[in-house]
Structure formats: C-alpha cells, structure tokens
Design a protein around this ligand. Structure first.
Ligand code: DX5
Ligand code: ZN
Length: 228
C-alpha cells in the first residue's frame, strides 16, 4: 500500500502523563482522536531510567479499547515478553541493539497474537534490519536517544524514515513506520513527509498547564500539514 494511503496514528506515550489520574487521561486521549497508547518500559540497564512494567498496562486494559503499544527498552526483552502479552499489549517493539536473537523474538511476539516491531536507536542504521524486514509489522525509528521524554528531536531520523519508505515499496513489503522522540508541531510534519505513519509523543502532548485537547488539536493540525 503506498504510504500516503495509510492512516496516520497518534500514539501518546504514557511516560509523561499524570499517573495519579491515568484513567481520566486515557479518556481525554480517546476524545482527542488518539488511536494507540504507547507504554515505555525501561529497565535502568539498557537505558538509564526505570519506568512502566506490564502491571500498568494490565490495570488500564479493561477500561479502554485503544491499541496498547509496548516499547521494551530492556536488556533482556525475551524474559519479560510473555508478561507484556498477558497484560494486553497489542503490539510490542524490541531494540535491535539489545537482541542477538531478534528473529526468534519477533516470532514469539507474533505467536503471542501481537504486532511485532523492531526499534533502531539513533546510531543504528536501517541496514541492521534488512534481513528481517519481511517479518516485521512495523519499524520504530528513534529520534532521540531512549531513556527520557522531553529531549530534542534528532533530524538524523528523517533520512532513515525515507530509506525505510523506499525499501518498503522496492521490496513490496507492508510494514508500518513509527517514530518516537521529540515530536512537536515543528518536527511531526517533517516526520510524516519523510514516511512516518505512527507518531509517538509524550512532551508534545502532555504540556504542564495546558489542556490535553488543545495540544492534541495542534499536533493533529501539524500532522495534516505534513501529509503527502
Ligand atoms: C524515549 C521514549 C519515548 C519518549 C518520548 O525513551 O521511548 O517514547 O517518552 O518522549 P518525547 O515525545 O517527550 O520525546
Ligand atoms: Zn517509546
């Protein structure tokens, strides 16, 4: 399917939400037209931060039909994969950099009934994925070094998005292209124009002192501007 016919998906990252009112936040995100919820699982080892585990997904799962997207920034993602699947993840992405047996892990994610994604850190080239591209449901291009929300967008992600988009049509494949890090009204249209279809956003949406509906509206407007 040509990229321009694909639906653009906004995937708020719960890392920057007010967790004391998580369910209200989910309702607001639903009302704002967001389709995926992105859960950043960090182990304090692969990345220098500790965040959400499968129990957080499990707690929210009965309360929304939104797609749950688990981004595992864990040195040994295979050890926790089953728990994330059991908790209700609809998609799971794992980093190429921490996984010597990526092919096996991607197979396990799909066997568990979820969409499987592979993630590229800013310094990892698209070429690292070439062999496994036909097996993937999506590729996540990091546009910050993973670990924290609120970092500046790295434009080096843009040529990688274009390369993935080109490879997808050349090879006749069907994976989606996701981007994560520093998405704002300035960077989001650039990412969409370069081929991204699933946009993760934390600090671009959860702005202290600002209504979620207002920041979501602005981001959607900017995304529309980037569509080819
Ligand atoms: C980065 C995480 C992202 C991050 C996005 O390690 O994977 O999902 O929370 O945050 P923003 O949108 O603020 O860059
Ligand atoms: Zn993420």
């Amino acid at each position: 399917m040509p990229a321009r016919e694909r639906e653009i998906i906004l995937a708020p990252s719960m890392i920057a939400a007010d967790w004391s009112r998580a369910l209200d936040v989910v309702r607001e995100l639903e009302a704002a037209g967001c389709q995926w919820l992105h859960f950043d699982a960090m182990d304090g080892h692969f990345v220098p931060n500790l965040t959400l585990g499968p129990m957080f997904l499990q707690a929210l799962r009965p309360h929304t039909a939104l797609h749950f997207d688990a981004h595992l920034m864990i040195s040994d993602p295979g050890a926790y994969l089953d728990e994330f699947l059991k908790a209700g993840a609809d998609s799971v992405s794992v980093h190429v950099e921490c996984q010597p047996h990526l092919h096996r892990l991607i197979g396990r994610i799909k066997d568990g009934g979820a969409l499987a994604g592979a993630v590229l850190n800013p310094a990892t080239p698209v070429a690292a994925l070439e062999t496994i591209l036909p097996e993937l449901d999506f590729v996540l291009v990091m546009s910050v070094n993973p670990g924290f929300s609120g970092q500046k967008f790295l434009p080096l992600a843009l040529p990688k998005l274009r390369e993935l988009s080109r490879l997808r049509s050349e090879l006749g494949l069907d994976f989606s292209i996701q981007i994560d890090g520093g998405m704002s009204v300035e960077s989001a249209p650039l990412a969409v124009a370069a081929g991204a279809e699933i946009l993760v956003s934390a600090s671009g949406l959860f702005v202290p002192g600002r209504e979620l509906s207002d920041s979501a509206r602005d981001l959607w407007k900017a995304i529309e501007g980037g569509k080819r």
